[in-house]
Design a protein around this ligand. Structure first.
Ligand code: NAD
Length: 488
């Protein structure tokens, strides 16, 4: 039903004011309809947020189109300067951004403060600096000069998920803007708020009107209208496989190039020659963000001879984790994002238990905490072809399988339709080299996890995605690379 034109336009989240309208062409734009944004911490309503559709998508793409020629023609050094000013603005507002994001998606406040938000600023600085290093290459062909240039592509639509909202959005926003493109960002409807703060910060930093636009709303409405728009020159998406299929089909109709960063079912391979305490640390780390991490190594594969000892140590370490309010400094694991997500997670676990799996750790929602808290869970006795081993759960649920040989380990590791990441723990560097060469994954970590350098390519193989982000790979996607050949 239509709401009166007095739909709410702002919210205050733990003392921080957030405009809940769209940001289109340098102006705040309301929608007649809104959607309710709820905090996973306690189920409290945080905000009524503008619910965009085709009109708002059209307006935002039109604004991005209009702003494109001037931004594309802005000297690189000036674009870089403005991106650094955005980074300054992010740094000034780290505390606000951290507080709002934690209330919005339930991830730990301390990691938002100390890790995530400073890295959001770094994303802008990194791509600003990388832009200045991109060479316009020249070379000679029988006296003719080839001049290769990195031309901006045009308006870009960026669609992002809720598990690390601002971090994942700015991996796209920063290189897209640096390249000279204009942007329409559609954040996830379960965590829409920090994107709005980013719009404020960018405007204050002097980013011209229409260069960055934020449209709020549901995927099937605002999102679908944006990815179907014929004037869009790039679509970059991070999210789930089913949504990626919709987006790829919509993009195909307009031949819009797409970058897809999708889900995973990554393995952690633990060989008998590994430092077992390190392997256990790496395994327990997979519960971070309540398991809502695309890269999470949720399939633990342990060499049979050390499986019992590994499980014993893992169980002890997992029992020491503190689950609770993500705002508390001592909390290790917060809530999951949404009742629907919790239901989905528990459905996976129940079906696995029904099929004969054992819950060595956890196995259900935390009845004491209530709400959206799911106990960190480890399931054993699972088979490779089971749903729990093949499908992404996106919750704090790990499985453990054993292997006897390196060949078997590699076969299990590669035995899903995904290929986002893999982690291996081994004390034998020759084995590490052999195994990493055989793994199908966009990123392989050896005796470490989550070490991420923006210069490195990031992305997934198979159903984990199409394309790579990071460094030159990002510019390769966001630019129309041109070769101009001039006769002598
Ligand atoms: P999702 O696919 O449900 O939603 C992601 C975004 O797509 C949201 O903004 C949503 O509104 C939008 N959307 C939904 N339907 C749409 C449509 N028809 N057209 C256009 N947009 C649409 O994913 P999610 O549940 O928000 O995120 C979790 C998923 O994201 C997991 O699968 C996870 O592995 C993946 N992920 C991948 C990476 C990576 O870098 N590979 C990083 C984080 C998360």
């Amino acid at each position: 039903p239509e709401q009166p034109p007095t739909a709410p336009t702002a919210a205050v989240v733990a003392g921080v004011a957030v405009d809940t309208r769209h940001w289109i062409g340098g102006e705040r734009v309301p929608s007649a309809q809104t959607f309710t944004d709820v905090s996973p911490i306690d189920g409290r309503t945080l905000a009524e947020v503008a619910r965009g559709g085709t009109d708002e998508a059209d307006a935002a793409v039109a604004a991005a189109r209009e702003a494109f020629p001037a931004w594309a023609a802005t000297p690189r050094t000036e674009r870089a300067r403005i991106l650094h000013a955005i980074a300054d603005g992010v740094e000034k507002r780290v505390e606000d951004l951290a507080i709002v994001e934690t209330h919005d998606n339930g991830a730990l406040l301390r990691s938002h403060r100390r890790g995530v938000m400073p890295r959001v600023a770094h994303n802008f600085r990194f791509f600003a600096d990388w832009l200045l290093k991109l060479e316009h290459e020249d070379f000679d062909t029988r006296g003719h000069t080839n001049h290769v240039s990195w031309d901006p592509a045009g308006p870009c639509v960026l669609i992002t998920p809720w598990n690390a909202p601002l971090m994942l959005a700015t991996w796209k926003v920063a290189p897209a803007l640096a390249a000279g493109n204009t942007v329409v960002l559609k954040p996830a409807e379960w965590s829409p708020l920090t994107a709005s703060l980013l719009a404020d910060i960018a405007a204050e930093a002097g980013l011209p009107a229409g260069v960055l636009n934020v449209v709020q709303g549901y995927g099937a409405e605002a999102g679908n209208a944006l990815v179907s728009h014929p004037d869009v020159r790039r679509i970059s998406f991070t999210g789930s496989v089913p949504t990626a299929r919709h987006i790829a089909a919509a993009a195909a109709a307009n031949l819009t190039p797409v970058s897809l960063e999708l889900g995973g079912k990554s393995p952690l391979l633990v060989f008998a020659d590994a430092d077992l305490d390190l392997a256990v640390d790496l395994a327990v780390e997979q519960y971070d963000n309540a398991g809502q991490v695309c890269l999470a190594a949720t399939r633990i594969l342990v060499e049979a001879s050390v499986a019992e000892e590994f499980t014993r140590r893992f169980t002890r370490r997992a029992a020491a984790l503190t689950q609770g309010d993500p705002r508390a400094d001592g909390t290790d694991i917060g809530p999951n994002i949404h009742p629907r997500q919790l239901e989905k997670i528990h459905g996976f676990v129940e079906r696995a238990l029904g099929a004969g799996a054992q819950a060595v750790v956890g196995g259900g929602p935390d009845t004491e905490l209530g709400g959206l808290y799911y106990r960190p869970t480890l399931l054993t006795g699972v088979e490779q072809d089971w749903e729990i081993v093949q499908e992404e759960v996106f919750g704090p649920v790990l499985t453990l399988q054993t292997f006897d040989t390196e060949d078997e380990a590699v076969a299990l590791a590669n035995g899903t339709r995904f290929g986002l990441a893999a982690t291996l723990a081994t004390g034998d560097s020759e084995r590490a080299e052999r195994v990493r060469a055989r793994l199908v994954a966009g990123t392989v970590w050896v005796n470490c996890f989550f070490v991420r350098d923006l210069r490195a390519p990031f992305g997934g193989s198979r159903h984990s995605g199409i394309g790579r982000e990071g460094g030159t790979w990002s510019f390769d996607f966001y630019c129309d690379v041109k070769n101009a050949v001039t006769a002598p």
